[in-house]
Design a protein around this ligand. Structure first.
Ligand code: ADP
Ligand code: MG
Length: 238
């Protein structure tokens, strides 16, 4: 069964249609990458899945549930943004615990989940620190930790590495891939970086002007690009 299904989804802002007839099934445990140039509609698509933008037309299913009108907190998803948006006045532990507190989890359960996530992400020694005392990579791990503790069915990530320097970006790619395997969840990962898409995705969706150009595995896209745009964008011989 598809974990996330977008059935002919459109997004309009006033007269402008920024996502057009987006039609895709994302499978359970798949690592799906949405890639395309700036402004092509990647974040808007992700925000519709998260419930942060209304869908103008079409249906969105998570599992077998139609979620068009389900508020974000009741969708079984967690989102990691480009800007870490950690709470500066809270330490790492509190930052990771906050979302669970809001959802009225018991203290013992919160503690268990935060410590387990900290162990997985290798940030156990940082739990007492405030965000300003962390490096960029450490902050990114905390941001991932906040999502992990929710134990969602689906992770949404919007350019989570774009604020990191090149070396750290490459390292975190590997870490996120490992994390995906370890947690056995579905990931929908947005990037404008072709290399990131090609190295991380089980499957890649290439978008341009709000329209899917091709949805296929990295090797299929590389060896058989659907059109000139895909060939040029991915950098394969057309
Ligand atoms: P991407 O993430 O691929 O860079 P976005 O999804 O952020 O692209 O944006 C797609 C298009 O929708 C852009 O042209 C952008 O200006 C427009 N857009 C995004 N959000 C809004 C909004 N709230 N109101 C009007 N236009 C928007
Ligand atoms: Mg974006």
């Amino acid at each position: 069964m598809a974990q996330v299904r977008l059935n002919h989804v459109y997004k309009r802002f006033g007269d402008v249609t920024v996502v057009k007839d987006f039609h895709l099934d994302i499978q359970d445990k798949e690592f799906l990458v949405l890639v395309g140039p700036s402004g092509c509609g990647k974040s808007t698509t992700l925000r519709m899945i998260a419930g942060l933008e209304e869908i103008s037309e079409g249906e969105l299913y998570i599992g077998d549930r139609l979620v068009n009108d389900v508020p974000p907190k009741d969708r079984d998803i967690a989102m990691v943004f480009q800007s870490y948006a950690l709470y500066p006045h809270m330490n790492v532990y509190q930052n990771m615990a906050f979302g669970l507190k809001l959802r009225k989890f018991k203290k013992e359960e919160i503690d268990k989940r935060v410590r387990e996530a900290a162990r997985i992400l290798d940030i156990e020694h940082l739990l007492d620190r405030k965000p300003k005392a962390l490096s960029g990579g450490q902050r990114q791990r905390v941001a991932l930790g906040r999502a992990i503790v929710r134990e969602p069915q689906v992770f949404l990530m919007d350019e989570p590495l774009s604020n990191l320097d090149a070396k750290l970006r490459v390292q975190m790619r590997t870490e996120i891939s490992k994390l995906h395997q370890r947690l056995e969840t579905t990931v929908i990962y947005v990037t404008h970086d072709q290399t990131e898409a090609m190295t991380m995705g089980d499957r890649i969706v290439v978008m341009k002007d709000g329209v899917i150009q091709q949805a296929a595995t990295p090797s299929e896209i590389y060896s058989n690009p659907a059109n000139m745009f895909v060939a040029g964008f991915i950098g394969s011989p057309a």
